[in-house]
Design a protein around this ligand. Structure first.
Ligand code: SF4
Length: 364
């Protein structure tokens, strides 16, 4: 296990699930395990902790999920040029600690690392989805409220997921990560149905803001390894941060990526500017007061989020899109949580409808 845990709580009725058995077997002996009747109390912020959110990341709670696992991407909205992504919530929170992470606001009231013992029930939901939409293809990701692979050496969830998706023609699984946790993946055959994506940032952002993540070069090396093992790969340049010297650093990062992975081997690239609600920015600045990446020029946009000043943001998008074009990379690229007008100004064309983009990203 690469990340430390202070404690594990197991909700009544969960101990018999294979996931709980695997975790309890692999757990270091010095991590205390407590069985509780109702897990909700264990997920709350620890009273008296100096950093309740940070403490929550080191407390694992194994519980049953009582609400659906599958949902449309919460970032999707009629305001944005959306990519038709579906999210599967199998866990919540993350043992890494990026200063800009939206989970600091979203999970402020229940920051424990929750993992759902009954996660394979989600497979019935997925079968219903494809049964009701014959002929359509869907890209489904597990990296929305958690990093898809951070605890995979403990949970081995990826093995069950890959087994399931490998046998479903119209589904593509996206495992999204900032780790190099690929051992389980290398032992499986994804049969072309699994895409692994890495969020990439320049070294300057990694060092100042992406605590406990794998270095960017290690993420690119892991991507090369899974590609060679039969997986598709994609990259998220998100959040793009417009700090002094950013353009040069992002171009170096793209060059480093394309030196290791040829453009034709990349399924897609997504880009998105740094965006934070005022409450998230307050929480981030108080947890990471010395992080210069949280101090850029921003404006309050109509969606209630602080976004990098538009000319700076557009400039960065265009610079990167041009760089991809210049090296002859015809990589499908999209912008996350941006208006159609921004998409048009960066790529010179209006975005396709979400269902069409989703279908394409799932199949290509
Ligand atoms: S790796 Fe992702 S989920 Fe984890 S802290 Fe960083 S931004 Fe948040």
């Amino acid at each position: 296990m690469k990340f430390d845990l202070d404690a594990v709580f197991v909700e009544h009725g969960c101990a018999g699930y294979p996931l709980a058995t695997r975790i309890l077997r692999a757990l270091p002996r010095d991590v205390p395990v407590t069985h509780v009747a109702d897990a909700r109390e264990s997920t709350r912020p620890a009273s008296g902790a100096r950093d309740p959110f940070g403490a929550g990341k080191r407390r694992m709670v194994i519980a049953r999920r009582k609400t659906p696992f599958l949902a449309p991407c919460p970032a999707g909205s009629s305001e944005f040029a959306c990519c038709g992504y579906l999210v599967l919530t199998l866990a919540s929170n993350c043992p890494m600690d990026c200063s800009y992470c939206f989970l600091q606001e979203f999970l402020a009231d229940n920051p424990a690392f929750q993992v759902y013992a009954n996660f394979t029930d989600s497979f019935d939901e997925l079968d219903r989805l494809i049964g009701n939409a014959r002929g359509r293809s869907f890209r489904v990701g597990t990296g929305d409220l958690a990093d898809s692979l951070a605890f995979d050496s403990l949970t081995s969830m990826s093995r069950d997921l890959i087994d399931f998706f490998a046998s479903r023609e119209n589904l593509t699984l996206e495992l999204k990560t900032k780790t190099g946790e690929i051992e389980n993946l290398l032992a499986m055959d994804p049969r072309g149905r699994v895409l692994v994506s890495w969020t990439l940032s320049p070294d300057a952002v990694y060092r100042s803001s992406e605590h406990l993540t794998a270095p960017p070069a290690a993420r690119i090396a892991a991507a090369r390894a899974v590609l060679d093992a039969g997986y598709r790969v994609a990259f998220h340049l998100d959040p793009l941060i417009a700090y002094p010297g950013a353009e040069r650093d992002y171009i170096l990062l793209i060059d480093e990526l394309l030196d290791t992975i040829a453009p034709k081997e990349i399924s897609f690239i997504s880009m998105g500017g740094l965006r934070m609600t005022p409450r998230l920015r307050g929480a981030a600045r108080s947890r990471f007061p010395g992080d210069p990446m949280l101090c850029g020029e921003d404006v309050l946009a109509s969606d209630g989020r602080l976004r990098t000043f538009t000319p700076l943001r557009l400039n960065l998008y265009r610079t990167l899109a041009d760089r991809f074009r210049k090296v002859g990379a015809e990589i499908p690229a999209y912008l996350c949580m941006e208006a159609a007008s921004v998409h048009e100004s960066v790529f010179g064309a209006a975005p396709s409808r979400p269902a069409i983009i989703g279908n394409r990203l799932a199949r290509d």
